[in-house]
Design a protein around this ligand. Structure first.
Ligand SMILES: [Zn+2]
Length: 381
């Protein structure tokens, strides 16, 4: 991965190239920020840049022997540790990241913006719990105690550092008294879940969401969508590249009318209508349902702002959606918006967990019906 392959994050890219040119690269970094903001891509680009024998001011050269290996994720002085599960005949306690390197390399090539769920799906182990164990910590200590093979640095990237339990304390000495040219880059979505002892010894770098403009450029390059749909997709992805990729690849963009239809039927409470619309949503398939519900969440977040603001230009909504929003404002207020958001969030969790989709959608529709009708009941009673 080059810096230039990661959309946006220009401030961080210039920061890193600058401190490296001034020889001020810290020994321990913690990159934190939400899913899909490009932490792993940034860390691999940074490692590639550090090892490059012929750096430019802005990026690795891509030509030298180090770059060639780093770009294939096989550089012997760039180590990766990440949450894993038990492998084949090994016990879980024996298994470490190095037992999953082939899978990890394909993951980096295909899903570098993916999250832990994506990684587990990639391993065909979506229902498993992955973590970073004691053996892994020992492996990290070993990696960093070796001489470098060919690079100027020994680099250890630790992905999902919040999955390091107390075992992580074994790494303290390494971080406090680093050997020469050792660089540890930990990545975490949520800094508060990283062991305090480790966190306090790292330079913490906040990785923000990808800007709408950078995301729009990325979408335009990678997806064949109309201008309006690309704009819509960039809003909908809210700074998350992975989301843009997933939504962009199986996208039917006009969810807003579908959402309005669904809410209308939910409001009416007509049993036949509810069955029909639940079946229609379910027929699209699991991923499409998730996309639809995610869309619903995005829309309701913006709709909530719509109810508050006098300035609609601030909203991440297209003109069609703003029309839908103004129609909805007659029946959905702040409290109901929040309640429906909650129903959708819970629903997305269930859809991912393989429950019976038809009864789930029916159940959600009825809950929304209760929410939408709640005020009417209050007035009557
Ligand atoms: Zn190079």
């Amino acid at each position: 991965m080059f810096f230039k392959d990661l959309p946006g994050q220009n401030k961080l890219k210039s920061y890193f190239t600058k401190i490296i040119s001034e020889n001020r690269m810290p020994h321990a970094l913690l990159l934190t920020g939400g899913e899909g903001y490009g932490k792993l891509a940034l860390a691999t680009a940074l490692a590639t840049y550090l090892q490059c024998k012929n750096r430019t001011e802005t990026d690795a050269c891509g030509e030298c022997s180090s770059c060639k290996k780093a770009l294939q994720y096989i550089h012997p002085d760039i180590h990766y540790a990440f949450p894993v599960i038990k492998k084949d005949k090994l016990t879980r306690a024996e298994t470490t990241s190095k037992d999953f390197l082939p899978e990890w390399r394909t993951f980096l090539s295909e899903y570098i913006y993916g999250d832990l769920n994506q990684w587990l799906l990639h391993l065909g182990a979506a229902d498993k719990n992955a973590n970073i164990n004691v053996a892994e910590c020992n492996e990290i200590i070993k990696n960093l105690s070796l001489m470098t093979y060919e690079g100027d640095y020994k680099i250890q990237i630790i992905w999902n550092a919040e999955r390091l339990g107390k075992e992580g304390n074994r790494l303290l000495k390494l971080i406090e008294e680093p050997t020469d040219n050792t660089i540890i880059i930990m990545l975490a979505n949520n800094r508060s879940q990283v062991l305090n002892t480790l966190r306090s010894r790292c330079q913490i770098i906040n990785v923000p969401p990808i800007s709408d403009e950078a995301l729009l450029e990325f979408i335009t390059q990678h997806h064949d969508l109309s201008e309006e749909d690309s704009q819509e997709l960039s809003f909908l992805s809210a700074g998350n590249i992975r989301k843009a990729q997933v939504l962009g690849s199986n996208l039917e963009m006009n969810y807003s009318e579908d959402l309005l239809d669904w809410l209308r039927v939910c409001y009416s409470g007509d049993p036949e209508g509810l069955v029909q619309i639940s079946e229609k949503i379910v027929s699209a398939g699991r991923q499409e349902i998730i996309n639809f519900l995610e869309y619903g969440l995005h829309f309701l977040r913006e709709y909530f702002l719509f109810l508050n603001t006098e300035d609609p230009t601030l909203m991440r909504l297209t003109s069609v959606e703003k029309e839908v929003a103004s129609k909805m404002s007659k029946i959905i207020d702040h409290r109901k918006t929040e309640e429906i958001q909650r129903i959708l969030e819970v629903g997305i969790g269930y859809v991912q967990r393989n429950l019976n989709l038809k009864s789930l959608l029916m159940h959600m529709s009825l809950e929304i019906n209760t929410t939408l009708r709640s005020e009417v009941n209050n007035l009557v009673s």
